[in-house]
Design a protein around this ligand. Structure first.
Ligand code: GUN
Length: 296
């Protein structure tokens, strides 16, 4: 079978072009500039890289951004104080607190402290509820929304298809299910969610027309778990030791790419698949936040 690679970098850059134009239109027509605050608590190396990428991309698109670096020993009250200040800052339309924070921080309380209209991650219960109800005046969560865009822009219509999601996290698995089952263009899938306690997981994954792996286990999905011709979306970004690489590790997804790519019709690579889409949809949400807060 001829397998196609879904090029997330290419699709994300097309979305960035659209977002950049929206930013320019906001400036020209309303004299507004979207503002995004990115808060990082602690020193997690991967989180530092992601936060740096978000700030850099904001600048490229003309979005004002502000990085808040808090020490790994920060208290809950210190983080809440930063969130409250950003809630009240009219230059800031979107607030993102990079996850996961250090263990002394109660992430659920931080998320609830962010004003829902500034919650560009769509982590706040108000926005999660709006998403589940299919209401359009909230935000969609960046990674699952990015996956919906990858499918749409690769010509994959989930309607009537069986989508199997592996993973039930609040960031990916649960909202992925919610977006795929919506009665809406680009959705209408039948969805099965598998997770760490699912018995005989391959029985489900083998039925998938669209298989979305978001379980955080390197190369968990092997060829024998995939139906011929399936569309495979790999959300995983796992560091595995590799002495042959200068940095001592390489990045692999949750899918054993070499063997699975021989069997499926379309697949996302790691890196360069889902990852770039998360940032693209975050930028999209920052612009949406600015518009919503200004009744545009
Ligand atoms: N950590 C991993 N992905 C994300 C994300 O989309 N947003 C935030 N805030 N933290 C993350």
């Amino acid at each position: 079978m001829e397998t196609g690679i879904i090029d997330g970098k290419l699709i994300a850059s097309a979305i960035h072009v659209e977002t950049k134009q929206e930013v320019a239109d906001l400036k020209a027509n309303h004299n507004l500039q979207p503002g995004l605050a990115v808060v990082l608590v602690g020193e997690d190396p991967a989180s530092k890289v992601y936060v740096g990428m978000k700030v850099k991309k904001s600048a490229e698109l003309g979005i004002f951004s502000k990085k808040h670096l808090l020490s790994k020993d920060s208290t809950q009250d210190q983080v809440l104080a930063v969130v409250n200040e950003l809630n009240d800052n009219p230059e800031i339309h979107g607030i993102l607190v990079q996850s996961p924070p250090p263990p002394q921080i109660d992430e659920a309380e931080i998320v609830r402290a962010i004003k829902p209209e500034k919650d560009v991650d769509c982590f706040h219960p108000v926005n999660v509820g709006k998403m589940l109800l299919g209401e359009e005046d909230g935000f969609l969560p960046c990674t699952p929304h990015g996956i919906m865009m990858l499918l749409e822009r690769s010509g994959v219509d989930p309607s009537g298809k069986h989508a199997v999601v592996i993973g039930r996290s609040n960031i990916v698995g649960k909202p992925m299910m919610a977006l795929l089952i919506q009665k809406a263009k680009g959705a209408n899938a039948t969805v099965t969610v598998c997770h760490s306690r699912t018995a005989n997981i391959a029985d489900y994954t083998k039925q998938a027309d669209i298989l979305i792996a978001a379980i955080g286990k390197p190369e968990f999905v092997t060829a024998d778990m995939v139906k011929d011709g399936a569309v495979v979306i790999d959300v995983g970004i796992n560091r595995v030791d590799d002495a042959t690489r200068e940095r001592g590790y390489r990045l692999v997804g949750d899918v054993a790419f070499d063997e699975v790519s021989k069997k499926c019709s379309l697949i996302t690579p790691v890196p360069g698949g889902v990852g770039p889409m998360t940032i693209a949809m975050l930028m999209h949400n920052a612009v949406k936040a600015c518009k919503l807060q200004n009744n545009i």
